[in-house]
Design a protein around this ligand. Structure first.
Ligand code: HEC
Ligand code: HEC
Length: 246
C-alpha cells in the first residue's frame, strides 16, 4: 500500500509529467499546422472559393479532409483526380455529366466563381494530410480479394504515352471517362479504333450533341467549340489510321 505522502508524490509526478508531454505535443502540433496546411499560399481567390463553399453548403453532401456529409464524393483530392478543366465543365452542368444518377446541384456559378471554387479545392488538395484519403480500392465488389477481376482500367501498355500528342481537351476532360491505349476512365467505351467505327462527320456530330444522335445517352454535351471539336476529331482519326497501318 502507498502511504498518503507517497500517493501524493505519485499523483503530482505523473499528472505533472503527462501534462507536460501533452503541452509539448500541443505546441508541436500548433507549430506544424501552418506548414502542413501551407496556409501562406492561401490566395484571395482560394479564400473566395472557401466562402462560396460555405455559402452553398457543399459540406452538406461532400466531405473535405473527412468532415461533412457522406452523400457525395470526398473532395480533398478531387483536383488531382479529375483535373481543373473537368471540374469547370462539371460545375456548369453536373446532370449533363452523370445523367439520371444521384444529383449534384446546378449552381449557376459565373466563370470567375468556378475558378474561385477550383482554387480552393486545389489548395485543400495540397494540404499535407499524411496520406489521407487512402488511394481508392479499384477492385469492384464481387471480385475475389487479390484478383484483378473487376480492375477499373487495363494496365497501360509499356512504351509510348498514348496521350503524348492529345489535344488539351482530351487530356483534361475526355480521359476522365474514356481510355486510349489503356490509359483513362471507363465510364464510357475505350476510344481505341473509334475512327474505324465513325467518319469524321459522324464524330463531329456526336461531339456537338450526343443526345441528338442517341437520345438518352450517358455521354454529356460538353458545349465544345468548332475549333476544339475539329482538333479532337483530327486527333482521333490520326490515331485510328496509325493503328490500322501498323
Ligand atoms: C445535394 C448534395 C450536393 C451538394 C450540396 C453539392 N454536391 Fe457536389 N456532388 C454531389 C453528388 C451526388 C456528386 C456525384 C456526381 C453526381 O452524381 O452528380 C457530386 C460531385 C461533385 C464533384 C465531382 C466529384 C468527382 O469525384 O467526380 C465536384 C467537384 C463537386 N461535387 C463539387 C461541389 C461543390 C463545389 C459544391 C458546393 C458549391 C457541391 N459539390 C455541392 C452532391 C452535392
Ligand atoms: C462524363 C463521362 C464522359 C465524358 C467526359 C466524355 N464522354 Fe464520350 N462517352 C461517354 C459515354 C458514357 C459514352 C457511351 C455513350 C453511349 O453509347 O450511349 C461515350 C461515347 C463516346 C463516343 C462514341 C464511342 C463509341 O465507340 O461508340 C465518342 C467518340 C466519345 N464518347 C468521345 C468523347 C470525347 C472526344 C470526349 C471529350 C471531349 C468525351 N467523349 C467525353 C462518356 C463521356
Amino acid at each position: 500500500m502507498l502511504s498518503k505522502s507517497q500517493a501524493r508524490t505519485f499523483f503530482i509526478v505523473f499528472t505533472g509529467g503527462f501534462s507536460l508531454v501533452f503541452l509539448g505535443l500541443t505546441v508541436d502540433t500548433v507549430r506544424a499546422v501552418p506548414e502542413r496546411s501551407h496556409e501562406a499560399e492561401l490566395s484571395d481567390r482560394a479564400k473566395r472559393g472557401k466562402r462560396l463553399w460555405d455559402e452553398n453548403n457543399c459540406m452538406g453532401c461532400h466531405t473535405l479532409l473527412g468532415e461533412g456529409g457522406y452523400y457525395a464524393p470526398e473532395l480533398t483530392k478531387v483536383v488531382e483526380r479529375r483535373g481543373a478543366a473537368w471540374i469547370d465543365l462539371f460545375l456548369q452542368d453536373p446532370q449533363q455529366m452523370f445523367p439520371g444518377q444521384r444529383k449534384m446541384v446546378k449552381y449557376d456559378f459565373t466563370a470567375e466563381e468556378r475558378r474561385d471554387v477550383i482554387a480552393f479545392l486545389t489548395w485543400i488538395g495540397e494540404v499535407d494530410t499524411n496520406g489521407f484519403p487512402a488511394p481508392p480500392d479499384m477492385t469492384l465488389s464481387g471480385a475475389a480479394p487479390g484478383t484483378n477481376a473487376g480492375q477499373i482500367a487495363a494496365a497501360p501498355k509499356p512504351g509510348a504515352d498514348p496521350l503524348a500528342n492529345a489535344p488539351t481537351m482530351f487530356r483534361t476532360v475526355c480521359v476522365a471517362c474514356h481510355a486510349v491505349g489503356g490509359v483513362g476512365g471507363n465510364t464510357g467505351p475505350s476510344l481505341d479504333g473509334v475512327a474505324d467505327r465513325y467518319t469524321a462527320e459522324a464524330l463531329d456530330q456526336w461531339l456537338a450533341d450526343p443526345q441528338a444522335v442517341k437520345p438518352g445517352t450517358a455521354m454529356p454535351n460538353l458545349n465544345l467549340s468548332d475549333d476544339v471539336r475539329g482538333e479532337l476529331v483530327a486527333w482521333l482519326r490520326a490515331r485510328g489510321t496509325q493503328e490500322t497501318s501498323r
